[in-house]
Design a binder for this molecule. Structure first.
Ligand SMILES: Nc1ncnc2c1ncn2[C@@H]1O[C@H](COP(=O)(O)OP(=O)(O)OP(=O)(O)O)[C@@H](O)[C@H]1O
Ligand SMILES: [Mg+2]
Length: 585
């Protein structure tokens, strides 16, 4: 339960609304408790009129008066109930909104090391399922608890005034009911948790089969995938049926117990009337009160289980909010234009790896230079780029930006000067325009800029081939681009940021050598003033680089210009030779 205290700051934030909510609950219940009194009066008055043989006119007037009063009271009760909900339930929605934003902001803060460890389904659950549980506590949970407290005091006082022993007798089954409901609710919770796990399993299967549909079809695994889905759906149904079973016990239990209380009221109340201790109207009023108290008492059990669930959810949320991102931007200072980036004896090891991915790596790149990084697959090229943008933190050694340690540099200022084209392209299901302009604020990008970068990336003519041009929607329902087109769009996106440091991670692998040459040449011309780092395992792409480093097993094994490295006759020369041969073939 301690976990829920985290929400106090929000409750405090909306304290006036909540307070007003409590006032409205009191008023609403006051009207509610008055209603049976009218009925009681009605019964007693009618009994009297029967005895006194009153004229029809008078009976009619009496009826109208009583009915009118009852009507007024119920209108009052309803109106204030409406206001209560407007306050308390609305506050719970506000807090839900605040909390979701807080969780989402934390998601954006966390580094990608965190995302590698977590399943998408779990991440989604935290912001949807867990926050919903917490809202149930804040809304209905809080409202019913306050309601019960208020009603309990008002109703019981009234009942005790009528008759003490009758009150005690008819209230006896209510705590039993609270307990039973609590028991049923906990069972339901346990089952619904099991059901939810299966549901998230099911959605993972669905999600993966959508995103992997091409592979599934290419490998003819449709039937297999369907079977997997079938099995999971079946399991889901089975678990859901158990929940439905318990669920269906819920209302009958309540109704049975109300029946029991009513029975006791009539039986014992009848005896008391005979002794003239209470009037027949009192019996009717009692039946009303018992019915009125039933749901609040039932809600004790229900609310208890809501609170338990919310506490568990909030504990998960708290744990998550507590995570401090390993890589934080604590520097606020400004940053000069990028002049030089230097790696000095850099080591890097992934948390779950047993040997370092990068070892003792030193090199530098200056403004106006193009650095080529080449190496076999898995040699550590992408890791170097991730270190360079500080997506990963060096384990040993240092990286300096303009001579200043990267950990001491304002990360936002630094990253805003960097254009990255990652190895696996990611495009949003949005228009081509928005995809290219993703890295800049929309006002910043004029049409000329957009066209210019697309021409540099050699993708403009492809875009113009679409009927809608830049407005073409990409993604699930829109057209799909070819692998090479996606890569070039991704390059255009990076160029539009007018980066001072441009990182191209093997982003022309799906483009033929000639086009690649054209693109690299135009980048080289247009972006002379900036630092370019080009990763490739095609040696030919790096010919015009000012400096090339060759990486193997995370270590630099050769360094020099294209000509120097060819002349040296090492690994680079060998790769060059092999690639030349295979190309001419
Ligand atoms: N998140 C990770 N956790 C553990 N090891 C990783 C992780 N990412 C990469 N590695 C390992 O680090 C090494 C270098 O990976 P990296 O992605 O830098 O290679 P690369 O040179 O870019 O390869 P490619 O040319 O195929 O893109 C590989 O051995 C890889 O298995
Ligand atoms: Mg890579």
């Amino acid at each position: 339960m301690k976990s829920l205290s985290y929400l106090n700051k929000y409750l405090f934030k909306y304290k006036w609304r909540l307070l007003l909510g409590v006032v409205f609950i009191i008023i609403s219940n006051y009207f509610g408790v008055e209603m049976p009194k009218v009925v009681k009066g009605a019964v007693n008055d009618f009994l009297k009129t029967l005895d006194a043989n009153m004229a029809f006119q008078d009976v009619l007037m009496l009826s109208l008066k009583l009915a009118g009063m009852y009507m007024l009271l119920s209108l009052g009760k309803g109106f204030f109930l409406f206001l209560t909900r407007q306050m308390i339930i609305v506050v719970s929605r506000y807090i839900e909104y605040d909390l979701k934003n807080e969780v989402y902001a934390q998601y954006q803060k966390l580094n990608f090391a965190f995302y590698k460890k977590s399943r998408t389904g779990d991440l989604m659950n935290r912001i949807s399922e867990d926050v919903t549980q917490v809202r149930m506590y804040l809304g209905p949970g809080l409202m019913y608890t306050i309601n019960l407290a208020v009603l309990f005091v008002l109703a019981i006082v009234t009942m005790l005034q009528i008759n003490v022993s009758l009150t005690l007798l008819v209230l006896a089954p209510l705590p039993v009911m609270s307990f039973l409901i609590y028991w049923v609710s906990s069972k339901m919770n346990r089952l619904s948790k099991i059901k939810q796990e299966e549901q998230s399993n099911l959605s993972t299967i669905v999600q993966e089969s959508f995103s992997g549909i091409r592979v599934i079809k290419a490998y003819l695994r449709e039937l297999e995938t369907r079977r997997k889905f079938d099995a999971s759906a079946d399991e889901y149904k089975r678990k859901n049926m158990r929940l439905v079973m318990v669920n269906s016990l819920f209302m009958p239990t309540i109704i049975f117990l109300i029946g029991l209380s009513t029975l006791l009221t009539i039986y014992y109340g009848g005896l008391l009337t005979y002794d003239k201790e209470i009037t027949p109207g009192d019996i009717v009023a009692f039946v009303f009160y018992v019915n009125m108290l039933t749901w609040p008492f039932a809600s004790v059990g229900w609310v208890t289980s809501i609170i338990q669930r919310a506490a568990a959810s909030q504990a998960r949320i708290n744990e998550f909010l507590k995570i401090v991102p390993k890589i934080k931007n604590e520097e606020k200072g400004s940053l000069d234009d990028l002049d030089e980036i230097r790696f000095e004896g850099v080591h890097f090891q992934f948390d779950d790896a047993d040997k370092p991915a990068i070892q003792d790596l030193s090199f530098s790149v200056r403004r106006g230079e193009t650095l080529g990084i080449v190496g076999r697959t898995g040699s550590g090229k992408s890791t170097i780029l991730n270190l360079m943008t500080r997506q990963l933190e060096v384990t040993q050694g240092s990286i300096t930006i303009n001579g200043k340690d990267i950990r001491k540099v304002n990360l936002d200022a630094y990253r805003s000067r960097v254009g990255v084209v990652p190895q696996d392209v990611f495009l949003f299901s949005d228009t081509i325009r928005n995809n290219v302009a993703f890295g800049v604020d929309t006002e910043e990008a004029t049409d000329e800029d957009l066209i210019k970068v697309c021409k540099t990336a050699h993708v403009y003519h492809n875009i113009m081939d679409f009927k809608e041009g830049f407005e073409t929607i990409l993604g699930e329902r829109g057209v799909n681009l070819s692998g090479g087109q996606k890569q070039r769009l991704s390059i255009a996106r990076a160029l539009l940021r007018r980066p001072q440091l441009l990182l191209l991670d093997d982003c022309l692998s799906a483009v033929d050598t000639e086009t690649e040459d054209v693109i690299l040449r135009s980048i080289d011309e247009d972006y002379k003033h900036c630092m370019n780092v080009i990763v490739s395992h095609r040696v030919s792409s790096l010919r015009m680089a000012d400096k090339i480093i060759v990486i193997e097993h995370g270590q630099k094994i050769e360094e020099g210009t294209h000509e120097e490295l060819i002349a040296a006759g090492g690994v680079y020369a060998e790769m060059h030779h092999k690639q030349l041969v295979s190309e001419s073939v």
